[in-house]
Unconditional design. Structure first.
Length: 256
């Protein structure tokens, strides 16, 4: 047995022991673990964003623990076990890679992705509709991106990607009109429409909107921290400092 199989067998044995002997592990259910699973996924995402390979290794282990934990609980209920999870995944990967395991041609990552989405649609659309496979619990930005992808895979998309900017301008104009009207009844909805159009623009131009926004978040935090530090050096608080002075520190940060 190679070391990967040995490590997997060890993990399954540890899970069996914990489920039998640890009071906390014994009382867990699918629902009680759900929030922890979400948290572990975001911790993995943070480690990836930071490029922290040691952190990625650790967080991958935490995510894997949850896969094994859910599989163990399902096995106890006679539903499925870890082997079933692995085999179902292998079957899915083989089915969705006909360019590797079949005679379909796909010479670029984009062609592979198109084939993947088409095969998913063929299987899932019969059950729950084209958009039925988008998880309800996804964060709104990620959900919007996936909704756009799935709709586009069915042929519902702009003919040319440049055309999306007309939609962005249209939605921006509607936000402005709503703001000028003095009514906020539909402002949230109009801003949502603008966000959705921008996210579709990202999709069409090959930009991950989550990564793009996080990049801006990190840039803003870095610059704001510089402003805060400069204000402290003057022996003042932020709210005691003029906007002109804060702006001068902000411009400094932009050139660091």
């Amino acid at each position: 047995m190679n070391k990967k199989l040995e490590a997997t067998a060890r993990l399954l044995e540890v899970m069996d022991t914990l489920r039998e002997q640890c009071p906390w592990d014994r009382e867990q259910t699918f629902l009680s673990l759900r929030k922890n699973t979400i948290e572990e996924t975001f911790e993995l995402a943070d480690a990836i964003t930071d490029g922290n390979m040691e952190g990625i290794k650790e967080e991958l282990g935490d995510v894997l623990l949850h896969v094994v934990f859910y599989s163990k609980m399902a096995d106890e209920q006679g539903e499925f076990d870890y082997a079933d999870v692995c085999n179902a995944l292998c079957d899915k990967l083989i089915y969705r890679h006909p360019h590797v395991y079949g005679d379909v041609l796909a010479d670029s990552p984009e062609e592979v992705k198109q084939n993947w989405e088409a095969l998913k649609l063929r299987k899932k659309a019969r059950k729950s509709g084209i958009l039925g496979g988008v998880p309800r619990s996804l964060p709104a930005m990620v959900k919007a991106f996936r909704v756009g992808e799935k709709a586009a895979a069915s042929g519902f998309d702009w003919e040319k990607r440049e055309d999306v900017w007309d939609k962005v301008k249209e939605e921006f104009a509607e936000v402005e009109a709503e703001m000028r009207s003095g009514s906020t009844n539909d402002l949230e909805g109009e801003i949502g429409d603008l966000f959705f159009a921008l996210i579709n623009a990202c999709r069409l131009y090959g930009i991950d909107p989550e990564n793009a926004l996080e990049r801006t978040n990190l840039k803003f935090i870095s610059r704001f921290n510089h402003v805060e530090k400069r204000v402290a050096e003057q022996g003042k608080m932020m709210n005691e400092t003029s906007l002109d002075e804060l702006e001068s520190y902000w411009q400094e940060a932009k050139h660091l």
